[in-house]
Design a protein around this ligand. Structure first.
Ligand SMILES: Nc1ncnc2c1ncn2[C@@H]1O[C@H](COP(=O)(O)OP(=O)(O)O)[C@@H](O)[C@H]1O
Ligand SMILES: [Mg+2]
Length: 359
């Protein structure tokens, strides 16, 4: 068992406080016991298979802007046969270690979008998977301590991985963030910017009504749907599916951002109640921007799941939004401004650093 082997090695090296080693081991084994059924089920479903096996950042190189993986575990089928999310956890953890929380979040969201839906039900494994990967890295570095020339630096690096292992194993409670607003107010842009900054790592899972509608009709994300796909009955189904998926993710301890127009009071109250029922922190943001700004943005947008046209954006001006009891945020300025105004609404769920990527 890797957890106990890690602890034994930490004790042997003698550089770390033994009470901390005990704590990390205890917390890891506790999660392992809680998640044993899920881990076994993942194996039965075919998610344990021959993977890269050693996917930290030093084994990924960018060639012509594309990441290329190398130095996989080729010599041992057993070590290389892992849960696919355990493989992914290595790169997520290492990106977080180097302060690229936004990149880790983007990798995870893109991975989930391209892989079977079952992975959404295994998110509860990430704290254990990422923490174990960090502990392994700490251990590998500690074994190199004999090299006197670099020992101080290596010790510092090992400590950083070890501290990360301890942080990742006890994630803070998740939160639900809802971003509403008419087309072109910048919801999806803000969602992408906020996701990597929201605790716990690796940030919030993004759920977009536009993407869920495309899934419902079994079409690709950017393929346009006919007008009939936008009648109120379908909208209701999309909001319901989005809410239940958000709950399914929150239950596993991951934060969620839901991105939809949320024009009706009933839609806004349903998602807020879902958070309330789970005793989960809720932040509701309703973006606004003048019609000229929105139509210009919608007209210039390409390669997006939204089918809204400038005409649709104009028609939305007639919507009766009812009482908006979410925080109304001006989204008409540059994306950084919308981000700053929105990030200020979070108490402790957003990391203080601006760890977001440019949209
Ligand atoms: N604050 C902003 N300033 C300038 N352009 C923006 C801003 N927010 C979004 N955009 C651009 O406008 C278009 C619409 O933004 P998007 O986030 O897709 O809006 P929504 O999801 O609310 O419909 C996109 O092409 C996006 O890049
Ligand atoms: Mg959008």
């Amino acid at each position: 068992m890797i957890v106990t082997r890690n602890s034994a090695a930490f004790r042997y090296h003698g550089h770390l406080a033994s009470s901390e080693i005990d704590e990390l081991e205890y917390a890891s084994l506790r999660i392992f016991e809680c998640r044993r059924g899920l881990l076994e089920q993942r194996g039965r479903l075919g998610f344990v298979r021959r993977c890269h096996g050693d996917l930290h950042l030093a084994n990924i190189v960018l060639i012509d802007g594309r990441p290329v993986l190398f130095d996989a575990i080729e010599f041992d089928r057993n070590i290389a046969s892992v849960d696919v999310l355990y493989d992914l956890a290595f790169v997520l953890m290492d990106l977080i270690r180097y302060g690229s929380d936004a990149a880790a979040n983007r990798v995870l969201n893109e991975y989930l979008a391209r892989t079977p839906e079952d992975n959404f039900d295994a998110l509860a494994l990430l704290p254990l998977f990422m923490s174990m990967r960090a502990a392994i890295r700490a251990n590998v570095l500690l074994t190199r301590l004999d090299d006197q020339d670099h020992s101080k630096d290596i010790k510092k690096q090992a400590q950083a991985y070890y501290d990360l292992a301890r942080r990742l194993i006890c994630p803070s409670p998740p939160c639900l963030v809802a971003i509403g607003g008419l087309s072109g107010t910048g919801k999806s842009t803000l969602g992408r910017m906020l996701a990597g900054a929201i605790r716990p790592p690796p940030g919030a899972i993004l759920l977009r009504s536009d993407v869920m509608r495309k899934m419902l009709f079994h079409v690709n994300e950017i393929d346009p749907l006919p007008v009939a796909a936008y009648h109120s009955g379908t909208a209701e189904t999309v909001y319901q599916k989005m809410t239940s998926k958000a709950v399914r993710i929150l239950e596993q301890g991951c934060s969620v951002i839901v991105d939809a127009v949320f024009a009706r009071e009933s839609e806004r109250s349903a998602i807020r109640s879902a958070a309330g029922n789970m005793n989960c922190n809720f932040v509701g943001i309703f973006l606004t921007a003048d019609l000229e700004t929105r139509t210009k943005r919608v007209g210039q947008r390409s390669g997006d799941a939204s089918d809204a046209t400038p005409e649709v954006a104009a028609r939305q001006e007639t919507y009766d939004l009812g009482a908006v009891d979410w925080t109304i945020v001006d989204g008409s300025g540059p994306p950084e401004q919308t981000f700053d105004l929105s990030a200020a609404l979070f108490a402790s769920d957003v990391q203080p650093t601006k760890a977001w990527f440019t949209p």
